[in-house]
Design a binder for this molecule. Structure first.
Ligand SMILES: [Fe+2]
Ligand SMILES: [Fe+2]
Length: 174
């Protein structure tokens, strides 16, 4: 169990750091007056905090120690909305890799409560990667066209931007 606890604690920084990066993205997008994208990123930032809370709750329920990580200052600007979403996609892929690693350790150790808890994260990462890939592709189709970018921004404001993304229905993070 101790190796698993260490890895879960290490993974906490992935979730907090992702939350911090999404907040920085939300600010940058707001500065560009892309209100829809910005509010999407703000929600994602809060969700990442919710993911960290899930892991913290698990550790506390198992009577194990939680070690909160320090945070690094996130990147603050991007070349374009397209490159920002490339960053989102890469970041989510690295979170998925980290979850998969922890999952393998939990399986090796026969820690069933951990694999049960991590099943939620596996489904969540599938959804997050699908969303990021979808938005990336849409932005590539928009190819820097301002009208297309503003339409997608409006769809985020209306809550319709991601309706076509397949995957699990989004549960509340906490
Ligand atoms: Fe997360
Ligand atoms: Fe995420």
């Amino acid at each position: 169990m101790q190796e698993l606890v260490k890895e879960i604690n290490k993974h906490l920084s992935c979730e907090f750091q992702a939350g911090h990066t999404y907040l920085a993205m939300s600010i940058w997008l707001r500065e560009k007056d892309l209100a829809g994208f910005s509010s999407y990123m703000q929600t994602k930032s809060q969700e990442e905090r919710g993911h960290a809370d899930r892991l913290i709750t698990y550790l506390v329920d198992c009577d194990e120690k939680v070690e909160l990580p320090g945070l690094e200052a996130p990147q603050r600007s991007w070349e374009s909305t397209q490159s920002l979403f490339d960053h989102v996609y890469e970041m989510e892929q690295s979170v998925t890799t980290s979850i998969n690693r922890i999952y393998s350790i939990a399986e090796q150790k026969g820690e069933r409560s951990a694999t049960a808890m991590l099943d939620w994260f596996v489904a969540e990462q599938l959804q997050e990667e699908a969303e990021a890939r979808f938005v990336r592709k849409r932005l590539r189709l928009a190819a820097g066209n301002s009208a297309a970018l503003l339409l997608l921004d409006q769809q985020f404001l209306d809550g319709t931007a991601l309706l076509a993304v397949k995957g699990q229905p989004k549960e509340k993070s906490i």
